[in-house]
Design a protein around this ligand. Structure first.
Ligand code: HEM
Length: 451
């Protein structure tokens, strides 16, 4: 961890000198330790441990991989092998025509109007989070746990609202166990390690997958027998989803895969964003106070709603800066299908191309004082290159839930800040730890008081 008290927590990146077996150990400990330090000041860093790989941060090269020549760069097999057992060939991992029609079919579910309709669910979850915090003012609170609970309530209310039978705590526990155990082992494949390197987590996840699949199937069949919600929730929208070009609709299995995808991709990422944002507010009390004044003026004691977003620009800047310093998907990987050239380097067919979003967001080539928490970087008067800041990816595979997540994060953060103040607990500093997502290891412990 960095020793500089003026900076929020960071894990210093390393000069790589590991063997293949070291890699296996590091992958279980913290994948941030696999990102070479050179990625912080070089546009491309290449190597050939396990397989030929390139880590790129040059915005023009990122544009080529994610947008202009994206057909040459499908998601790497690692991404798929982690997710496939749980979410099948859903929109998250499908490629080509099978991806395209699903993306077209689910896109309307994330239209501006539908996301605005989800505001009520987000408001209710923010309100329940406040009620829980009211009872926890006496001692430090782990805000990471609180935020996981809160965002899980949002995603389960917008996907499983017709199913009163599921046990939220059990479902959440199954997701957590799957993510932390199975996924960490599979990430070894980023470097395409030989099959003999043990990946113990894989089988372990099977029980959790069966539980989640059964829960989703029950929700779908109950909805098929019952009536749609008003306004429609994500499950209704998925069931009604149709490819506007071919009029194809989803089978029950495709609906289940995409439903689980939304729950997977949607809740932990947003919880991490909020947990880091709250930590950073504790770290920088003056930014916290500025955000609180803004939120109090806009909300006048109410819970934030979608209609308030325009009046919460600084709260949004804090969310954006949190996503810069701690992007939940800290690296994404692709496999080159044909030879290419990126940032002046030859890419061969089969090479792994890694986008270390964590390094891109902290590169001295693109940011002043990259490790410092400065929400005003995102002031509308400042220009930020589109491919310099990509917490949600970019191009056709950009996160479909981006507006959903940003709306949810601002509603919850503004509501919390308008009612409570958060201060750091000495000696409880979270370590950024990359397993599948970038988590604050040890939790985000803060003292909470009424504001
Ligand atoms: C702060 C919260 C979130 C972050 C940081 C985030 C980040 C990302 C990133 C980086 C990708 C692209 C991955 C790649 O190109 O390899 C992605 C894709 C995706 N995300 Fe999110 N996400 C968030 C919230 C959500 C939510 C709330 C949902 C749904 C409810 C969601 C659903 C998806 C789906 C379905 C994809 C795959 C899209 C496709 O390939 O067509 N995400 N997300």
């Amino acid at each position: 961890m960095s020793e500089d008290p003026s900076l929020p927590p960071l894990v210093p990146l390393v000069q790589p000198h590991w063997s293949i077996l070291d890699l296996a150990k590091i992958a279980r400990r913290n994948l941030l330790e696999l990102i070479p330090v050179q990625t912080l000041n070089h546009p491309i860093v290449s190597g050939s441990k396990g397989t030929r790989w390139h880590m790129i941060t040059e915005p023009a090269a990122l544009k080529r991989v994610l947008l202009d020549n994206q057909e040459n760069y499908p998601k790497a097999e690692v991404t798929k092998s982690i997710s496939r057992p749980a979410i099948g060939e859903s929109v998250f991992i499908a490629e080509g025509a099978h991806w395209r029609w699903q993306r077209r079919a689910v896109a309307p579910a994330f239209s501006h109007r539908n996301i605005a309709n989800f505001s009520q669910t987000m408001e209710a979850a923010a309100n329940r989070a406040c009620t829980r915090l009211e009872t926890k003012l006496a001692e430090p609170v782990n805000l990471l746990d609180e935020m996981i609970k809160t965002t899980f309530e949002v995603i389960s209310d917008v996907t499983l609202s017709g199913d009163e039978h599921h046990n939220s705590d059990q479902v959440q526990a199954a997701f957590e166990a799957y993510i932390s155990r199975t996924a960490s082992a599979s990430l070894l494949d980023v470097f395409a390690l030989p099959a003999w390197v043990p990946r113990p987590g894989r089988l372990f996840g099977a029980r959790h997958i069966r539980y989640m699949t059964a829960m989703a199937d029950t929700a779908i069949s109950l909805r098929q027998q019952g009536t749609a919600c008003d306004p429609p929730d994500l499950l209704d929208l998925l069931m009604a989803g149709e490819d506007p070009e071919t009029h194809r609709t989803m089978t029950a299995q495709e609906i289940r895969n995409n439903l689980l995808t939304f729950i997977f991709a949607g809740h932990e990422t947003t919880a991490l964003t909020l947990a880091w944002a709250l930590y950073l507010c504790g770290f920088d009390p003056s930014a916290q106070e500025r955000a609180r004044q803004e939120a109090k003026a806009a909300l006048q004691g109410r819970v934030a709603t979608q209609a308030d977003l325009a009046n919460l620009p600084f709260v949004r800047q804090i969310v954006e800066e949190s996503l810069r310093l701690y992007p939940p998907f800290a690296l994404i990987a692709r496999t080159a299908q044909q030879p290419d050239e990126l940032a002046g380097t030859e890419v061969r067919k089969g090479d792994t191309v890694v986008v270390p979003i964590y390094s891109l967001h902290r590169s001295v080539l693109y940011w002043d004082e990259p490790d410092a928490f400065r929400p005003d970087r995102f002031h509308p008067d400042n220009t930020i290159d589109r491919f310099q800041y990509i917490p949600f990816g970019d191009g056709p595979r950009v996160c479909i839930g981006m507006s959903f997540a940003l709306q949810e994060a601002v509603i919850i953060l503004a509501t919390l800040l308008s009612r409570f103040s958060f201060t750091l607990v000495p000696d409880k500093v979270p370590t950024p730890k990359l397993i599948l997502t970038l988590r604050p290891d040890g939790g985000v412990w803060l003292n909470v008081a009424k504001a």
